[in-house]
Design a protein around this ligand. Sequence first.
Ligand code: TYM
Length: 332
Amino acid sequence: MTRVFSGIKPTGHLTLGNYLGAMRRWAAVDQHRADGLFCIVDLHALTVDHDPARVRRLSRQAATLLLASGLDPELCTLFVQSHVDEHTRLSYVLECVATDGEMRRMIQYKEKAAREQGRGGSVRLSLLTYPVLMAADILAYGTDEVPVGDDQAQHVELTRDLAVRFNQRYGQTFVVPRATHPGVAARVMNLQEPTSKMGKSDDAGPGIVYLLDEPDVVRKKVLRAVTDSGREVVYDREERPGVANLLEILAACEGGDPGELSGAYASYGALKKAVAEAVVEVLRPVRERHRELCSDPAYVEGVLRKGAERAREMARPRVDAAFRAIGLLPPV
Ligand code: TYM
């Protein structure tokens, strides 16, 4: 059976971008057709300036929202990264295969390091080695496919390089995984700045739709989305990024093709109303289920406990094999 692994970082409230770009597909498709592991990657949340209590709160919230979005613990494994030691064990071994130059070429590293420095802060070493830990997440499980939004493509490419390099130098140990991206909404853009990604770690703003926003807040954000100077509704990512983003969100929510959908709306106003309602409807069941699950935290904890046990068993043999292959003496 195909093995799928993906993760989400508890650095902010989850957004419509996380949902349409990744989470929805994990629940609707991946967990049914594959052996799926879905992980709240809390160690990755420590790579930038963070508040410990907030990371804990957001980790619990992410787990609850993943269940609310339809992940079924009978079908897949849902767990927290820091509960399974194999991730950090393997990360160190992969650091001995990766190079400093490779890390510094990562687009997300360059962007985030520039942001931290712009705020007058310093760059944590873990931000530089972030992609190696991500590679460890993926490679520990013999993953075939990594369903992610577009922004993670370079990290998955690096993971492939590390797997191939390790296998060539130290013997066949890792499966070489590949990224899969959704057909539409692989990169949902900020509604106020349609040339930048809608990111959860960005400062809260009117351009970001959060999964737990009230319906009226969602409507207001969509109706105030920045559009372009034209009047006609046409799908053109380069020239009309604001309208293209709205059409892609609509296509992702309702099905269909953004280019074809454009013909159905006579004005930007009509398009925005349709998008607002489509987003409210897509998020409604997630919000409702989230509310129910919040009244049963013991259930969520039980899911995470069992998930971590299962994940540990799956990861340990391969990580042990990597230790032996690279030259570490087995414990006596
Ligand atoms: P993270 O937490 O930033 O995002 C989680 C998932 O949501 C997708 N995504 C988007 N998709 C479309 N449009 C957007 N605006 C948007 N914003 C986020 C991301 O592509 C991702 O699929 N490094 C990863 C977490 C990670 C991981 C892993 C993922 C750690 N280890 C192993 C896969 C496998 C990250 O920061 O995702």
